[in-house]
Design a protein around this ligand. Structure first.
Ligand code: NAD
Length: 244
């Protein structure tokens, strides 16, 4: 992809799943990585995978001190070119059983932290007059999902946030896009019973779940100069599960 070598890329939730695959892809493209996850460095186990051009910032994006640590890391690097707001959690329960804590925690990680990190990164990007922000939406934002009122609300919120920031930041040379993955085989999805996953794969035109690398490649494209006229887009990467 054009224009990713040497770029400073911050990826949240990078220890596993889509975040880790995205880190791998940007690393292969020659980018400089600031990787974040809530787990300690030993558990994240990123140093051997990324022996150079990588700084790990263990931090909870839903906590003020976590956000402050990320802002400091960006300041230490003297800026940020690409922010991938990937960290996300589920706390699945049907409406009557969903506690205020289940609601608040999912909103805090999946939506409020995305807003705050966009605000932090945009301040640096405005000074540079360039930058790309990429946010993790989900296919379920399009059609809802049983037991995921909190999660779906955040992913629909991320889409609205992405479109609004694209309008506000375009004049500063900052592009803002979202990716809406379908069902991708990661720890998050492995919690779903196998028979449900088989049924989803069966309903998917490509007849399988996705691989994290298939989301990572779309993030890399959107961050690259090959996508220089794309902003405010929500890219569906779902094997055709939802069309239109
Ligand atoms: P995952 O559970 O494999 O990875 C999420 C990572 O985020 C983990 O490493 C976790 O430790 C980290 N994390 C959680 N809370 C955090 C916090 N407070 N601060 C920092 N890091 C934190 O999940 P995944 O499937 O790779 O999901 C990545 C993103 O893609 C999420 O936003 C998710 O909602 C979205 N997504 C995933 C799928 C899918 O099918 N897997 C589909 C649509 C959207």
């Amino acid at each position: 992809m054009r224009g990713l070598a040497g770029k400073k890329v911050l990826i949240t939730g990078a220890a596993s799943g889509i975040g880790r695959a995205t880190a791998t892809r940007f690393y292969e493209e020659g980018s400089e990585l600031i990787l974040n996850d809530v787990v300690p460095a030993e558990r994240a186990d990123l140093a051997s995978a990324f022996p150079e051009r990588m700084t790990y910032v263990p931090a909870d994006v839903s906590r003020p001190e976590g956000l402050a640590a990320l802002e400091q890391a960006v300041r230490d690097k003297k800026g940020i070119d690409v922010l991938v707001n990937n960290a996300g959690i589920t706390r699945d329960k049907s409406l009557a059983k969903l506690s205020p804590e289940d609601w608040d925690q999912v909103i805090a990680v999946n939506l409020t932290a995305v807003f705050k990190l966009c605000q932090m990164a945009a301040a640096f990007m405005k000074d540079q007059k360039s930058g790309v922000i990429l946010n993790a939406a989900s296919v379920v934002a399009h059609y809802g999902n049983f037991g995921q009122a909190n999660y779906v609300a955040t992913k629909a919120g991320v889409i609205g946030l992405t479109k609004t920031l694209a309008r506000e930041l375009g004049r500063s040379g900052i592009r803002v896009n979202a990716v809406a993955p379908g069902f991708i085989l990661t720890d998050m999805v492995r919690k779903v019973p196998k028979e449900n996953l088989d049924a989803i794969a069966g309903q998917t035109p490509l007849k399988r779940l996705g691989d994290p690398a298939e989301i990572a490649s779309v993030y890399a494209f959107l961050a690259s100069d090959d996508a220089s006229y794309m902003t405010g887009a929500v890219i569906d990467v779902n094997g055709g599960l939802v069309l239109g």
